[in-house]
Write a protein that binds this ligand. Structure first.
Ligand code: SF4
Ligand code: SF4
Length: 81
């Protein structure tokens, strides 16, 4: 019997500083270019409020964004199925 794992990216928005490194890594792996607008992760910073993190439908949950977030705002979780 084969075992499969499912990956999830958990957000900790209170730790996000809005650096957008996650967007650069995401866009680079799919387009070969560093582009905020081509990333599958969105960072919105409402004025005076903590950043909001969301993912587009095209996100593959590869985890690259979490691996490169220096502030602990993204956490990669592997779940057994
Ligand atoms: S989630 Fe992490 S890498 Fe992305 S903007 Fe926030 S602090 Fe930066
Ligand atoms: S998990 Fe992968 S595809 Fe989804 S936003 Fe992060 S880097 Fe992009």
């Amino acid at each position: 019997m084969s075992s499969k794992t499912r990956r999830k990216i958990i957000t900790h928005e209170e730790q996000c500083v809005g650096c957008r490194i996650c967007q650069l890594w995401c866009s680079y792996q799919f387009t070969g270019k560093f582009s905020f607008s081509k990333a599958f992760i969105k960072i919105e910073e409402p004025y005076g409020l903590e950043p909001k993190i969301s993912f587009l439908e095209d996100c593959t949950t590869c985890g690259q964004c979490a691996d490169h977030c220096l502030y602990g705002a993204l956490e990669k979780i592997e779940e057994g199925m």
